[in-house]
Write a protein that binds this ligand. Sequence first.
Ligand SMILES: [Zn+2]
Ligand SMILES: [Zn+2]
Length: 210
Amino acid sequence: MAENEILIGVVPVGNLGGQFLDEIMIGIKEVLQLTFSENHDKKTICCKPIPPRPAPIPASAYQSILGKYNIEPFFDIAIELKAKADAKLSYKGRSVTKVLVITNVPLFSYTNNCSVFGEAQTDGNSAVVSLHQIEKNAGAREIKERTIKECIHELGHTFGLRHCMDKKCVMSQSSDMYDVDSKSKYFCDGCRRMLRSIEFSKDYRTWKGF
Ligand SMILES: [Zn+2]
Ligand SMILES: [Zn+2]
């Protein structure tokens, strides 16, 4: 059971509404469930918060010259909370597959030397998404849709996907909110196929004991 599970551990950092977070988690689960539903060994998707309450914004992250927050300490939170959650889940044979940090402060990436909506460790375990740009001049429904798209996009990177040329695909690169609004929250056929083969090859390696 646990081997067939993709568990997304969500970490809210800062002041985020509980109901909003629930809606985002439902949206993420729906897209991932659809993506993996045609697999011959069907995946169970679980998306849940891993700390009992939102984590505080890391004080060391604030860059006063930029007026923004360095994204790196948010990845540190992801690593720390994944280890804690895995320790609790291990007796059930479960573990957190990917950690998704969601915050509402503006983020800056020194790796890319620019402000970012989010960032992921490609083929790693963690992704960070900020609502700061997403929330600007937007209604509740728009904010929800944009957040789900950005979360799925960054999670796609953690599964090993790169940017996609298909403008409708959730993996297409967005440089502004117009781009985000133009794309869908779903993976294109090509990305979906790639995602399934990546996941399948991981299972195969596990099964073979490599
Ligand atoms: Zn990207
Ligand atoms: Zn694609």
